[in-house]
Design a protein around this ligand. Structure first.
Ligand SMILES: [Fe+2]
Length: 159
């Protein structure tokens, strides 16, 4: 699919298959969780990034950017999840597992449910409260904010 920024999201997507992010115009930032740590990776115009299956990732697309995302077609019995993490201490706040049959409806409902709930947005570990709406992403100023998780077409790390 081709996606135009901006998107204002803070949920992390867990896909049962690998995903490829290819920036057609402008730069974006992909946040991802690896080994319990939160990382950021800038994907610049013309670059591709392979996100290994089951890696929680959250794409942040500034305004007027265009990106191609390649995903595997899911089978009806597959599920995928959305996770939310604390901005301050990175503890997991909430998760939802969805079925392919009504993925768009379930995804929208899950995001709205989280945004409306102060209880869900409040970290039980450190007490930090996320705002009701996530901020609109801004253009990344720095390259290479975090370690690479596998740049296509190089082989992805095994884990
Ligand atoms: Fe926290």
């Amino acid at each position: 699919m081709i996606i135009r920024g901006p998107n204002a999201r803070r949920d992390f997507h867990v896909d049962p298959s690998d995903e490829i992010f290819y920036m057609l115009r402008g730069d974006m930032v992909l946040e991802y969780m690896q080994d319990g740590q939160r990382h950021q990776q800038v994907i610049r115009e013309g670059e591709r990034l392979l996100v290994p299956a089951l890696t929680p990732h959250s794409p942040h697309r500034p305004p007027d950017t265009w990106g191609l995302v390649v995903e595997m077609k899911r089978t009806p019995e597959q599920t995928e999840s959305l996770l939310w993490f604390c901005d301050r201490c990175h503890a997991q706040l909430y998760d939802v597992t969805m079925h392919v049959a009504d993925i768009e409806g379930e995804l929208k409902a899950a995001i709205e449910h989280f945004d409306r709930s102060v209880a869900l947005r409040t970290c039980r570990q450190c007490g930090d409260v996320q705002p009701e709406q996530p901020p609109v992403p801004q253009h990344p100023l720095h390259a290479g904010l975090g370690p690479l998780i596998g740049r296509y077409p190089w082989p992805r790390p095994s884990h």
